[in-house]
Design a protein. Structure first.
Lengths: 497, 71
């Protein structure tokens, strides 16, 4: 819910230390509770059955490993900027850039996920077009962020407490009014494989608690408060999520839950009637809307920081004359977010969010290991316990989750990594060399296209029956494309250095 | 110089458009609009490979096209 501190701190380095243990813990809890748990529990339950409770527990433990790394780095590097700053100090160069890149992208995915999630939550009561509503949400919060958002402070804590209270009412309602049948039977329709798949899918519900470490500049006695707040929020989240899953699955079977777009609202209606559904819908909307706002803010600030360091175009550094916000960075990031939200697909965007953050988590663990070796005498008010076990466990478990992410998302991730490599090399290797490389690629594609045209013309490639009547047009089309790629290749190669 | 710039722009736009069409085609194929997978005899096993190929081709073409347009 409150990733805004992460964003707002990108360009602030001297802030008052006003946040105590309660505030910091709430920051972590609020950072993690977003639309995810309200809309993703159904699909996760269809993957893991009632063993989703174990999947949520496993997520919490995996999250805890990396949170230890966040706690150490957050207190040892008292500079704003989160993961990007950690990687910059530990590695610099490409690793820092790729960390910032994935931080930027994962916040975009996160904002899109929350937009789509909020649209599904609304659709439980009002029949709305989900993709359109999600895009509308992105547009609204883009405008809000261009205008500028003040940090909420106490108001934010009150909202998180209210949200937690609503979830506690749901849990109590489940125990008091839910079916008092036998104890919950543990089922795993897809075996242990399904549980790990569900773990990779629902991991997103724990993301955001790292906001505590990132907000270290505002926390009183950070050496003591940050680790305590991180552990407390992680434990609270594990308890809240597993009990919510227990109460929900006690009432509704995983198969039915898997068919619902807003599973928690449906479960609340079964337990407490329409009042329960309204309560959970309000809770879901508070969590989702706040998360959209803060993740849009965070992504724009990361884009701003990457521009400041010369990786992104300098145009993104432009500050709005009236509102004093990096409006171009907000707009550019929001265009991508809007496009993602327009898919209206929770599962895909959820996996994509997981992918971005898991890569970020891996890099944070690597940064910790690297810094321990590179700067052994660096002052560390808090040290990750059981080093090197914790960061290595955090790294390995994160990578394990990556292996279970949807293949389509992994393909997208590979492409985003290629794009990152390209963007970095344009900056570091130089524009001219990249153009020569693209010229070569264009010439290669041209040769391949011409060969394809020849094979079709001579009948060496058998076309499907539906295409055979278009063979001549296809041939000329390929020859035309080949000519275009030859020209493109020559023009790129002969471009002036 | 002006001629080169004009040619670069035209070629860049066409190349970028071919790239964009390849990506749109990949999307249409993936979602099996117009029953395209059956029409083109695309098996489920090969589908992801085709999609990957089309996306990489589209992406490279669009980037190369953009280089030429903004020369």
């Amino acid at each position: 819910m409150s990733r805004q501190r992460k964003g707002s701190l990108m360009d602030k380095t001297s802030l008052k230390r006003e946040l105590g243990l309660l505030h910091a813990t709430m920051l972590g809890i609020g950072g993690a509770i977003s639309a995810g748990v309200f809309v993703m529990l159904g699909h996760a339950a269809s993957l893991a059955g009632t063993a989703i409770i174990f999947a949520l527990l496993l997520c919490g433990i995996i999250n805890l490993f990396t949170m230890c790394s966040y706690a150490e780095l957050g207190t040892a590097i008292p500079v704003a900027g989160g993961e990007y700053t950690f990687a910059k100090v530990a590695f610099g160069g490409f690793v820092a850039f790729i960390t910032g890149w994935f931080e930027w992208i994962s916040n975009m995915f996160y904002a899109a996920l929350c937009s789509v999630g909020s649209a599904y939550i609304i659709s439980y009561f009002i029949p709305v077009n989900v993709p359109l509503t999600a895009v509308f949400m992105v547009i609204i919060f883009t405008a809000v962020n261009i205008r500028g958002v003040k940090e909420a402070g106490t108001t934010e804590v009150v909202m998180i407490v209210a949200l937690l209270a609503m979830l506690v009412i749901y849990i109590l309602g489940g125990f008091l009014y839910g079916p008092r049948t036998d104890a919950l039977q543990i089922s795993m329709p897809r075996g242990a494989w399904g549980v790990i798949q569900a773990t990779a899918y629902i991991f997103v519900v724990y993301l955001g608690a790292e906001a505590i470490a990132v907000a270290q500049a505002e926390i009183k006695s950070p050496g003591k408060t940050i680790p305590r707040a991180i552990m407390l929020s992680a434990v609270v989240l594990i308890v809240v999520y597993t009990v919510i899953a227990y109460v929900t699955l006690r009432t509704i079977s995983p198969e039915i839950l898997g068919e619902k777009a807003a599973p928690l609202s449906f479960a609340a209606e079964q337990i407490m009637g329409s009042l329960g559904a309204v309560l959970i819908t309000i809770a879901g909307m508070i969590a989702a809307l706040s998360s959209i706002n803060t993740s849009i803010m965070a992504q724009s600030r990361v884009a701003y920081a990457l521009s400041r360091d010369g990786y992104f175009p300098k145009g993104l550094l432009k500050i709005h004359e009236r509102f004093g916000t990096p409006h171009l960075a907000v707009i550019v990031s929001s265009i991508f977010t809007g496009a993602l939200a327009a898919t209206g697909v929770v599962d895909f965007v959820g996996y994509a969010t997981d992918f971005g953050f898991i890569v970020g988590f891996s890099l944070v663990n690597l940064s910790l290991i690297r810094l321990r070796r590179k700067k052994p005498h660096l002052e560390r008010p808090f040290k990750a316990p059981l080093y090197p076990f914790t960061p290595i466990a955090g790294l390995l478990t994160s990578l394990m989750l990556l292996a279970f992410i949807d293949v389509g998302v992994l393909t997208l991730g590979a492409e985003l990594t290629i794009l990152a490599l390209l963007a970095y090399h344009i900056r570091m290797v130089g524009y001219y060399r990249i153009r020569v490389a693209f010229g070569g690629i264009s010439l290669g594609i041209s040769g391949f296209t011409l060969l394809l045209a020849f094979l079709i013309q001579t009948g060496l490639i058998a076309l499907p029956s539906v295409l055979s009547q278009w063979a001549t047009i296809l041939f000329y089309g390929l020859v035309f494309a080949s000519a275009i790629y030859v020209l493109a290749g020559v023009l790129n190669i002969t471009a002036k250095a | 110089m002006r001629v080169r710039k004009t040619i670069s722009r035209i070629v860049g736009v066409v190349q970028g458009a071919i790239g964009a069409l390849a990506i749109i085609f990949a999307y249409v194929l993936y979602h099996n609009f117009f029953n395209l997978q059956d029409m083109l005899n695309v098996t489920a096993g090969n589908l992801l490979l085709y999609i990957l190929f089309l996306l990489i081709f589209g992406l490279l073409s669009m980037i190369s096209g953009l280089f030429l347009v903004y020369e």
